[in-house]
Design a protein. Structure first.
Length: 193
């Protein structure tokens, strides 16, 4: 299963809760961080493309600095994606090779719609949240300015583009008990055979 949702939609929370129900969760964002850790080929390629200004003093990637560069420039974002995505794909394949044959895999992919990956999954789950709710959440949880939040939202697929590839939609504009009810419904449908 592919799981997606825009930044600030609560996709990671849905992913975590599906994992609690028994899904094998593969988190593309987590893997994307792993492939650019200090000492990796990925980080070296990013520094070659964007300069040493994208490094923190300890040699790790300054994701916020890099984000401020790429999320307002489609060409530079494409360069970054060209570095990171193949490395993420290779790592995902390693993880998939370890999943039991009867396992239900949920692949948490932020850019599923943008990268036209929906056909590669049996089903796609979209966490849908209004842009204004996402902007508020990003300000509260990540202390992101409204302008930065809007820029990041604008750099991703629209809600309509994500909904167009959805087999299941989880509306995450409300309370956590409502979110759990919807996740239970989707889980029941996915595991009913």
């Amino acid at each position: 299963m592919g799981l997606t949702g825009g930044i600030g939609s609560g996709k990671s929370e849905v992913s975590r809760r599906l994992g609690e129900r028994g899904a094998v969760v593969i988190d593309a964002d987590k893997i994307a961080r792993e492939v650019v850790e200090p000492g990796t080929e990925g980080l070296a390629e990013i520094v070659a493309a964007f300069g040493e200004d994208v490094l923190r003093a300890d040699g790790s990637l300054d994701r916020e600095k890099l984000g401020s560069i790429v999320f307002s420039d489609a060409d530079r974002l494409a360069i970054l994606n060209g570095i990171v995505h193949p490395k993420v794909g290779a790592r995902v394949q390693e993880l998939l090779d370890d999943v039991p044959e009867d396992g239900l895999v949920v692949y948490d992919v932020p850019l599923l719609a943008e990268n036209k990956l929906a056909p590669t999954f049996d089903k796609v789950i979209v966490v849908d949240t209004a842009d204004e709710v996402r902007i508020r959440r990003l300000g509260e949880s990540r202390r992101m300015s409204e302008a930065d939040a809007r820029a990041r939202i604008a750099a991703q697929a629209t809600r309509e583009e994500r909904l167009a590839v959805a087999d299941f939609v989880i509306d995450n504009n409300g309370a956590l008990d409502e979110l759990d009810r919807q996740i239970d419904e989707v889980w029941a449908r996915l595991t009913s055979g």
